[in-house]
Design a protein around this ligand. Structure first.
Ligand SMILES: Nc1nc2c(c(=O)[nH]1)N[C@H]1C(S)=C(S)[C@@H](COP(=O)(O)O)O[C@H]1N2
Ligand SMILES: [Mo]
Length: 409
């Protein structure tokens, strides 16, 4: 390997791949391991910046994209320090909570209306739900041919307790017209180009989703102010859809008489081929459909992959299962690569779109190397595939089974 590619590797490993591009690829000296470019010193640590757990994995720091590892997601309710961050732009600074407003406008409102945060909190009934947020690109790293974008493994998912008011209640107060079909959000984050006229992302949800009880304008997470990285002081939460519809730092909503046309709303963003395609196919945008409900999925959060135990021991496993459609009806595990499956105990969801906890006591037929696989099935009968399903150009919707390695000695 020559020095230049050594250098690129170093930058890549350190998570500064964008810096390599910035500085140009033709760098003929190599920095010793452990050095940090001055411009990034102290600014690239999610532990310090956002209070994240030290084992969280940085995929990109411009913009910030940070994922959890499976074992970090063991809590029934995800604490803030173990919650993945997915940003498309620059986190807003100097948020003025006292003067924060939400404006509801668009073709399909009877009249534009602006609320202060205090109006929202005091004039509408408060609700709390545990709600899964999963990035549409979670699992992208498994696709081949690879898809551009953050190479999420399994950790772009969370289930926190969100508190706020129902979007439906606010829309009823504003008054919306019969021709309303979609809600679009606008947040206070800055486009990476720093062009103030551009939004990094402005997505939304169909009216039916907006009207669901669990679709919130949230101002608290896990009984505290929402952390800055996750949308303080006001966030749309529409669980069950790709988390990209759950807009952070919301200052405006548009009630639209058509599918919202904000940034990253139209295909190929957050869209998959309407018809299944052969891996590697170049799919025209008009043949792509916007993702709505997320598929059934599960995660083994205990033990960590790589556990060792003796042949006399049984292995307790546990984790969570979730779906964007209805509910998870069963979770099973296999220690023989899917040849046979045994049931796990499965809790009911505390509310729609909360993840459901499962556990089992696994015994192994003899000494050796095993993989414990978990497979969830929703109540329409759909299960998780064992292989990465449905290749698509942007690498969305990988709900393949999760597995951990175990050695019985
Ligand atoms: N304003 C704004 N909202 C946003 C985003 C963003 O970049 N800006 N990213 C979206 C995407 S793609 C995801 S997956 C979730 C991530 O939420 P989290 O960072 O709180 O985990 O926020 C969504 N809401
Ligand atoms: Mo996302």
């Amino acid at each position: 390997m020559n020095k230049a590619s050594n250098r690129r590797n170093f930058l890549k490993k350190a998570g500064f791949s964008s810096l390599a591009t910035l500085l140009g690829a033709e760098i003929v000296y190599a920095l010793p391991d452990g050095y940090t470019p001055l411009v990034l010193q102290g600014n690239n640590d999610p532990v310090k910046l956002f209070g994240k757990h030290k084992d969280m994995v940085v995929l990109n720091d411009q913009p910030w994209n940070v994922e959890a590892q499976a074992h970090l997601l063991d809590d029934p309710i995800t604490p803030a320090d173990k919650m993945f961050i997915r940003n498309n732009g620059i986190i807003p600074e100097n948020i003025d909570v006292d003067n924060w407003t939400l404006t509801i406008r668009g073709e399909s409102v009877s009249q534009e209306k602006t609320y202060s945060l205090q109006d929202l909190k005091s004039n509408f009934r408060q609700h709390s739900y545990q709600l899964v947020l999963e990035c549409g690109g979670n699992g992208r790293s498994e696709y081949y041919p690879p898809a551009d974008g953050n190479q999420w493994t399994i950790g772009a998912v969370s289930c926190a307790k969100w508190t706020g008011i129902r979007l439906a209640d606010v829309l009823a107060d504003v008054g919306i017209k019969d021709n309303a079909v979609y809600i679009g959000y606008y947040g206070a984050d800055t486009h990476l180009s720093r062009d103030p006229n551009k939004y990094p992302i402005s997505r939304g949800i169909p009216i039916a989703k907006a009207m669901e009880d669990q679709t919130l304008l949230a101002y608290a997470m896990n009984d505290e102010d929402i952390p800055i990285a996750h949308g303080h002081p006001l966030r749309l939460i529409a669980s069950g859809f790709p988390a990209s519809v759950s807009g952070k730092w919301i200052h405006s909503l548009a009630v639209r008489d058509r599918v919202h046309d904000g940034e990253k709303m139209a295909p190929p963003s957050y869209s998959v081929p309407c018809e299944p395609v052969q891996p590697g196919t170049n799919v025209p945008n008009e043949d792509m459909c916007i993702i709505e409900q997320m598929p059934v999925k599960s995660l083994i959060t205990y033990p960590r992959s790589g556990a060792m135990l003796s042949a006399s021991q049984r292995l307790p496993i546990r984790g969570h299962a979730w779906t964007g459609t209805t509910k998870v009806s069963k979770v099973e595990y296999s220690v023989d690569f899917g040849a046979s499956w045994k049931p796990c105990r499965l809790d009911a969801a505390v509310n729609p779109y909360a993840w459901q906890h499962f556990e089992a006591e696994v015994s192994f037929p003899q000494k050796g190397y095993y993989e414990v696989w978990a497979k969830a099935t929703d109540n329409t009968g759909l299960s998780q595939p064992m292989l990465t399903p449905g290749w698509n150009p942007k690498g969305y919707l990988n709900n393949a089974c999760h597995r951990i390695a175990v050695k019985v000695t």
